[in-house]
Design a protein around this ligand. Structure first.
Ligand SMILES: [Zn+2]
Length: 358
């Protein structure tokens, strides 16, 4: 959780400046200017108070786009960390752009099961999720740094394409084959009550809205870049601004439909499924079966489920409104808990006024 209590913030800031050992693990401090997070005892020069924010857990700091500080090593030092785990963490830091596979851990005598269990217990995330978040945060940071090296044309939302293409190519996949017909996908972060999201748009509309810790997010980035022959750069355009506004209204309960333009590269079948999804009214749910019947293809349940899973525009294309035939929550890219939250939120906001009759 982001700490918002003023009193606590002052107390934590003082502990940070004083390098209070007793506050290690109690808070994690994100330094906005460098996008790293630290523990209380960090030896680095202390940032100004207006440049920090405090989180109650390690995962919250990661979720909000921070990477572990190289000096105080919050991952290793916040709680007593076994040597095996330290090594596994170091492996991620030394190879930020690679996925560390189980066999690579085994090769150096580390048990992947032990690592998985330790992460889950101490940080509430898996080692795989930690790796993913570390990569995504590093990539996003590189994109932002690319921006700082050039002042040109940033106002229009475009920025140093060359610097970025290079770093991003390594992390996110191919860069455009032909620079002539290069498309630009802008990417921006947005905070919501159930976690930060990435919002992407081309000049034609929104092409991605996903929670930053979503599984397969990098695959979606790669797909988008390939399908649109595009590079991803940080920035905002009018579509992103409008999407943020509408999402805020949605989360406040004052918006039930979205008007922002969408860009959904995919197969014809996928697009027909995504179109049908947008017809499910706010606060209602349907089954995969019903969805397949609407497509006049009652047997295509699996294909429909798969197309739902490939939806890149969460919430706006409401794949969370599709549930199993028996009413069970089924898989959701952003996690089942978020799906439940969204459905309950919509149910609450769409409940008719109850007239009490005595
Ligand atoms: Zn530090």
């Amino acid at each position: 959780m982001l700490i918002t209590d003023k009193h606590k913030i002052n107390e934590y800031y003082k502990a940070l400046v004083d390098r209070e050992q007793s506050f290690v693990g109690i808070f994690f401090v994100g330094v906005k200017t460098t996008s790293v997070f630290c523990i209380a005892t960090c030896r680095a020069r202390k940032p100004k108070q207006e440049n920090v924010e405090f989180f109650s857990s390690f995962k919250d700091a990661l979720d909000n786009g921070y990477r572990p500080c190289k000096i105080c090593k919050p991952t290793e030092n916040a709680n007593e960390t076994p040597e095996q785990i330290e090594t596994a963490i170091q492996l991620v830091k030394d190879n930020p752009k690679q996925k560390i596979k189980d066999y690579q851990l085994r090769e150096i005598g580390i048990s992947p099961e032990v690592v998985r269990r330790w992460f889950k217990k101490n940080y509430g995330i898996t080692y795989q999720t930690f790796q993913r978040m570390y990569r995504i945060n590093s990539a996003f940071q590189e994109l932002k740094n690319g921006k700082n090296t050039t002042n040109t044309a940033f106002d229009s939302g475009y920025e140093s394409l060359s610097g970025f293409g290079y770093t991003f190519k390594k992390i996110m996949g191919n860069s455009p084959k032909n620079s002539e017909d290069k498309t630009v996908i802008l990417i921006s972060r947005h905070t919501t009550p159930i976690g930060p999201m990435f919002i992407c748009a081309t000049e034609n509309g929104i092409c991605l809205v996903e929670f930053v810790d979503r599984k397969m997010l990098e695959t979606e980035f790669k797909d988008l870049q390939n399908k649109l022959n595009a590079v991803i750069v940080t920035g905002e355009n009018d579509h992103i601004k409008l999407a943020k506004k509408e999402l805020d209204e949605y989360f406040n309960g004052t918006r039930k439909e979205f008007t922002v333009k969408l860009v959904t590269p995919g197969t014809d079948f996928q697009n027909s499924v995504w179109t049908i999804l947008q017809d499910i009214p706010y606060g209602k749910t349907v089954s995969y079966q019903t969805q397949a019947e609407k497509l006049n293809n009652a047997k295509a349940i699996r294909a429909v489920a798969s197309a739902n899973g490939h939806n890149r525009i969460s919430i706006i294309i409401p794949c969370h409104r599709v549930i199993g035939k028996d009413g069970k929550m089924t898989g959701y890219g952003g996690g089942i808990e978020r799906k439940k939250w969204l459905l309950e939120h919509e149910e609450k906001k769409s409940a008719p006024y109850q007239l009490k009759i005595y």
